[in-house]
Design a protein. Structure first.
Length: 651
């Protein structure tokens, strides 16, 4: 526009000047008619020609400027077209995004509307968690392989590998720990890293006068987990063992030769509905679960003692169980390996319930307690509740017992008329006697501070179920006629477990077990009562406080305690001390510290202190010959025990 204005002004000035130089009606000078006039005309023509040339040049310049502006306008149009296309594409993308958002909103609404159905399938999703873990392990293995290739055969950190091994569609995961542990007792019991609670010596036993220290690696443990899928069914196999087994020739004199023993060996099939079946050697239903009812989800005390703690309920034996896990509730039925544990005094030697083992039958022929001739398995039912705060469970136990009784062997108290019993060892009238014990247990775990502090309360009580608790009090005793009767028992445990930091665990336990008096009497020929059974107040405890002289050497007698024999004497209990246990209590404090817990395993060490107290039922030493009674004696034994442990857990 500036160039166009300049051109217009130039034309105006040129022609305006020309008009100004030649006024209208002006006279032509006389000289114009001649030579000068011709010259002037020529000059004027030349000036006009120059003006036209200049005008043409300026016009050409204007044309070129207009052409340049047209080209710029064309580029602008193209740019605007391109921008319009981009706007259209953006609008299309926005429309697609709106469509996806609408679809997502619809799906979210549908998910909200189906929350109840999702909740009912949560148990199924929980059962598939391990499948996801297996997939993660496989993915980790693949990633490690790729990393190894990209690092010339070295993993991401140069020494990492897969957590599981794949074999024919089965994920095999090894695990375990190596332990170096010690135990020191103020009163010797002759035990390794596991405590024999009933074996704490009364003062009449020479072991109560000495201490002991044991150094052990036997609690070291190995396990192998196998996982696979068969259709929609998850199949799991598990094996676990340690070195707390004892062979006939095992000792620790120079080369510890203790044998590897089976702790767990079971298989499990679990369906997406939450239903599962398990069979093999496993933890009993009485053992507390962390959540629901699942194998390998048991909640163990944190302490070092391999016999765990007084009052804790457990068994690790044959089991076959069916379980249904729901969202927050689970219920199961189990049959478990039975056994009869017995303590009794004064009854006739006219019955049996155990038989000696046969080595050819692959039982332990050196086990002097023998093996129970079981009539049937124990039956247990369990229910758990996980409402979102805490864990709660109840368990019911039914335990049958059987013995073979010979009434004519119970003289002078025959079941049959004396004439029928020809001799005191007659098998006349022999019969199989059966009785049933049972009880209930309950456990509650209360997370006082989430993931930091747990309070646990446990109780178990009934008749003939003491074997299901750590102290191993007796299940049954015998009446005067030789028939078995279950002993009423109770066990309780209070636990406080703290986790102030990820590396530190603190624990405190207090537990106890109780066995009731199960006492009977019969009248002898002298007319005096004879005590029979368990915990009778007439039993003799007069020798429970006096140390016994070691007379266990072969050929030793009170008159000649030191005959010429090649081996020294052993500890001995003195006098008469029936000592049936009324209760055993334990208080324990300890900690675990984990300086490293990561992908290369876990390193931890711990210290535990335990105080034990064993108290017997009182007995007044009633004489069966005179009927007189002595002062009541109530035996008591204590033990102070310190454990240490150093462990490395395989990753």
């Amino acid at each position: 526009m500036k160039k166009f204005a300049a051109l217009t002004l130039s034309i105006f000035l040129t022609y305006g000047t020309a008009l100004a130089d030649a006024p209208k009606n002006a006279d032509v000078p006389p000289a114009a008619a001649g030579g000068p006039a011709k010259a002037a005309k020529a000059a004027k023509a030349k000036a006009a020609e120059a003006a036209e040339a200049k005008f043409a040049a300026e016009l050409e310049e204007l044309r070129q400027a207009l052409q340049a502006q047209q080209e710029q306008l064309q580029l602008l149009k193209e740019e605007l077209g391109k921008r319009d296309r981009q706007i259209d594409e953006a609008r299309e993308a926005a429309a697609a995004a709106n469509a996806r958002a609408a679809e997502a909103t619809a799906k979210a609404t549908e998910a909200v509307n189906t929350t109840a159905e999702v909740k009912t399938t949560e148990a199924m999703l929980t059962s598939n968690v391990s499948d996801l873990k297996v997939s993660n392990n496989a993915l980790a293995s693949s990633v490690a392989t790729v990393a190894a290739k990209s690092n010339n055969g070295q993993g991401a950190s140069g020494d990492e590998g897969p957590a599981s091994i794949k074999y024919k569609g089965i994920s095999i995961t090894p695990g375990g720990f190596i332990a170096a542990e010690t135990v020191s007792r103020s009163h010797a019991t002759g035990a390794d890293i596991n405590s024999t609670f009933t074996g704490i010596p009364y003062p009449n036993n020479a072991l109560s006068r000495i201490s002991e220290s044991e150094f052990s690696g036997r609690q070291s443990r190995l396990w192998l987990l196998l996982d696979t899928k068969v259709g929609n069914t998850k199949v799991t196999g598990y094996y676990e063992g340690d070195f707390l087994g004892t062979g006939v020739t095992s000792n620790n004199r120079q080369s510890n030769s203790y044998v590897f023993r089976q702790r767990q060996l079971w298989a499990r099939a679990a369906w997406e509905s939450g239903f599962s079946i398990s069979g093999g050697q496993m933890w009993s239903f009485v053992t507390e679960s962390k959540k629901g009812i699942e194998n390998r989800q048991e909640a163990f005390p944190l302490q070092i003692d391999a016999q765990y703690i007084v009052g804790w309920a457990w068994q690790r034996a044959y089991g076959f169980r069916v379980v249904q896990n729901f969202d927050k509730f689970a219920v199961g039925l189990s049959i478990e390996g039975p056994q009869t544990t017995y303590t009794g005094h004064g009854s006739g030697n006219n019955f049996f319930f155990n038989i000696p083992a046969q080595g050819a039958g692959l039982l332990n022929f050196v086990d002097t307690a023998g093996y129970t001739t079981n009539k049937s398995p124990d039956f247990l039912v369990k229910a758990t509740l996980d409402p979102g705060w805490g864990h709660y469970e109840v368990v019911g136990i039914l335990s049958p017992f059987r013995s073979r009784v010979y009434p004519c062997g119970a003289l002078p108290l025959p079941t049959f008329p004396t004439a029928t019993c020809l001799t005191a060892t007659s098998v006349t009238g022999a019969f199989n006697d059966s009785t049933v014990g049972g009880g209930v247990g309950a456990t509650g775990r209360f997370p006082v501070i989430a993931k930091k502090l747990d309070l646990v309360a446990h109780f178990q009580g009934g008749d003939g179920i003491a074997r299901y608790s750590s102290a191993q009090l007796a299940d049954v005793t015998a009446r005067p006629d030789g028939t078995l009767v279950p002993i009423r028992s109770a066990a309780w445990l209070g636990s406080l477990e703290a986790h102030p930091t990820p590396k530190l665990d603190l624990y405190a336990y207090a537990g106890g077990e109780y066995a009731a008096r199960t006492a009977y009497t019969f009248t002898n020929a002298a007319g005096h009562p004879v005590p029979v059974g368990y915990g009778s107040p007439l039993f003799n405890n007069s020798g429970c406080t006096t140390e016994g002289f070691p007379l266990t050497q072969p050929g030793a007698t009170a008159a000649s305690p030191f005959p010429p024999i090649p081996s020294p004497a052993g500890p001995q209990s003195a006098g008469t001390c029936t000592g049936d246990i009324h209760q055993i209590v334990e208080g324990t404090l300890g900690f675990w510290y984990k300086p490293y817990n990561g992908p290369k395993g876990r390193l931890q060490f711990g210290v535990q202190y335990s105080y034990f107290e064993k108290v017997g039922w009182s007995g007044d030493n009633a004489s069966v010959t005179t009927g007189l009674v002595g002062p009541s004696q109530r035996p008591k034994a204590i033990d102070n025990v310190v454990f240490t442990s150093f462990r490395y857990y395989i990753p």
